[in-house]
Design a protein around this ligand. Structure first.
Ligand SMILES: Cc1cc2nc3c(=O)[nH]c(=O)nc-3n(C[C@H](O)[C@H](O)[C@H](O)COP(=O)(O)OP(=O)(O)OC[C@H]3O[C@@H](n4cnc5c(N)ncnc54)[C@H](O)[C@@H]3O)c2cc1C
Ligand SMILES: NC(=O)c1ccc[n+]([C@@H]2O[C@H](COP(=O)([O-])OP(=O)(O)OC[C@H]3O[C@@H](n4cnc5c(N)ncnc54)[C@H](O)[C@@H]3O)[C@@H](O)[C@H]2O)c1
Length: 446
């Protein structure tokens, strides 16, 4: 007779929690608890809907670039249609995700899970006991604590806007602000970005990030550097008036808080189980184990050094499932690529450019403006730029950065090369499609 109702309860049905659930289901009796939409942030309010909107505005940008090179006439984004297109995917996500769990025979429950103790969770009027718990509760937008903060919108509100607003502001200049500002600006919205210092996209090299800022400015985005919003009040016609620390009032239809995301741990009652946490999430060790041995944390809910992205959440979900199924090794992450989709894409993987530049005896940095190369000329990507970083001693590729149309694909190839530790000579044994992004690899790594 088992001591608990379940072997494992997973709190949160996003990419992390679902990867853990499917990895565990064959060997463990599993329950998944979700208090919002099945599927979590990425397919409902994050990556997937964002990239559908991005596809539309990118098509418009491509047509703009081909003006005079074979195309006449410029289409315009139809916001309402674009959002309906997004919903044609997102509307089916929760039902499809729940059906997947049902078909896999994985028990699942809708409600907010709260710890009573390390082995007992309360979900609504149900009490569930479990041997192990995986906290996969994700994150939410950090709402700056200023007067009128209740008037601030989030990326979720933006992605649900049925009609095109006239003006939008963003607090912060990270992934969320830059990507959504690009979509809005391409759609003809007046866009303001308020950044408290002069640095956007901290995860990327400064010189590349500055190029993204210029490209957005060319699309009409108004940058307010060294500017904080000190208060917000309701304006006429349901809009808001944002006051800056320079004393300016800016009237906007919507002001989006994009100053980072905090872990969703407030509802969990972690104290009841003695689980330690910070604002960044549940504290974990190199086995993704919390300070209480039977409780694990993965994805955006974990306080971790690796980027909080969908692929890292899924990787951790698969890892924790293997661990609970009997594996013992600490987690080891392969290189994690990341991309900001800002028309064109800025993507990177591996050793950072600043680290390579600081150790030039060890690393060779090759930056090439590739806009005139055939691959980029034929798609009118005149400003494309790629940096590759190699270890001088081994000759191996250790990092890459690209600002170009389809940069994420180039960086995916680089990720594969770095992860496998492939020498440049290996490319000679490989026949890619020509012409393609891949067929240029030999020019970046030889
Ligand atoms: C606008 C936006 C765009 C993004 N774009 C990208 C991108 O292009 N590429 C990329 O890799 N990443 C992107 N991300 C990040 C990505 O969405 C997250 O890293 C990923 O969803 C994290 O997965 P997760 O499983 O940890 O958490 P989530 O997907 O957030 O899932 C956690 C789930 O837990 C539920 N939950 C919370 N508390 C409880 C509770 N007490 N009880 C029960 N359920 C609970 C939540 O409702 C949620 O459904 C984006 C994020 C945003 C906001
Ligand atoms: N393409 C992608 O992969 C993608 C897209 C969107 C989101 N995400 C994930 O979601 C996370 C959250 O994105 P984000 O853009 O909200 O966060 P972020 O950490 O990328 O950027 C936060 C921004 O807010 C600014 N900021 C910080 N504190 C502030 C304050 N008190 N007042 C004003 N500004 C402040 C920072 O300087 C920065 O510009 C990302 O780090 C990433 O993990 C990924």
């Amino acid at each position: 007779m088992t001591k608990y109702d379940y072997d494992v309860v997973i709190i949160g049905a996003g990419p992390g929690g679902l990867a853990a659930a499917y990895g565990l289901a064959a060997q463990q009796h599993v329950l998944v608890v979700e208090n919002n939409l099945w599927g979590g942030t990425c397919p409902n309010f994050g990556c997937d809907p964002k990239k559908m909107l991005y596809g539309v505005v990118e098509a418009q940008r491509q047509v703009r670039r081909y003006q005079g090179s074979g195309l006449d006439g410029q289409p315009r984004v139809n916001w309402a249609q674009m959002m309906a297109f997004k919903r044609s995917y997102t509307d089916g996500v929760p039902v499809g995700t729940e059906q997947g769990l049902t078909q896999a025979g994985i028990d699942h429950l809708h409600g907010t899970a709260t710890f009573r103790d390390a082995h007992t969770l309360v979900v609504g009027d149900r009490t569930v006991t479990t041997d192990k718990v995986v906290v996969a509760t994700g994150a939410h937008a950090n709402i700056t604590d200023i007067p009128g903060h209740e008037l601030l919108a989030t990326s979720t509100d933006f992605l649900a806007l049925a009609d095109r607003p006239q003006s939008i502001g963003f607090i912060g200049a990270g992934y969320v602000a830059v990507e959504l500002a690009n979509i809005a600006a391409e759609a003809g919205v007046t866009v303001h970005i308020f950044q408290h210092n002069r640095r956007l996209l901290r995860a990327f090299p400064e010189e590349y990030a500055a190029r993204v800022a210029n490209q957005l400015q060319d699309k009409g985005v108004q940058w307010h550097w060294d500017t904080s919003i000190t208060s917000v009040r309701a304006g006429a016609d349901q809009g808001v008036i944002a006051t800056t620390d320079h004393g300016d009032d800016v009237t906007l239809d919507l002001l989006v808080a994009a100053a980072g995301r905090d872990a969703n741990i407030g509802s969990l009652n972690l104290e009841a189980a003695g689980i330690e946490y910070s604002r960044h999430g549940v504290k974990i060790n190199d086995h993704l184990q919390s300070t209480v041995a039977n409780v694990f944390a993965i994805g955006d809910a974990a306080d971790k050094q690796v980027p909080k992205l969908t692929p890292t959440a899924s990787f951790e979900g698969r890892y924790v499932a293997d661990l609970i199924n009997g594996a013992t090794a600490p987690i080891q992450y392969p290189p994690v690529p990341h991309t900001v989709f800002a028309g064109p894409e800025l993507a990177q993987v591996g050793l950072s450019l600043s680290a390579a530049q600081a150790d030039s005896d060890r690393y060779a940095v090759l930056t090439q403006d590739v806009g005139s190369w055939y691959t980029y000329h034929r798609i009118r990507d005149d400003d494309a730029r790629v940096t590759t970083i190699t270890n001088r001693q081994t000759g191996l590729l250790v990092g890459a950065v690209a600002l170009a149309t389809n940069a994420e694909e180039l960086i995916n190839y680089c990720t594969s090369i770095i992860t496998r530790g492939l020498p440049a000579s290996a490319l000679k044994q490989w026949i890619p499609v020509y012409p393609s992004v891949a067929s240029d690899l030999g020019y970046f790594y030889s």
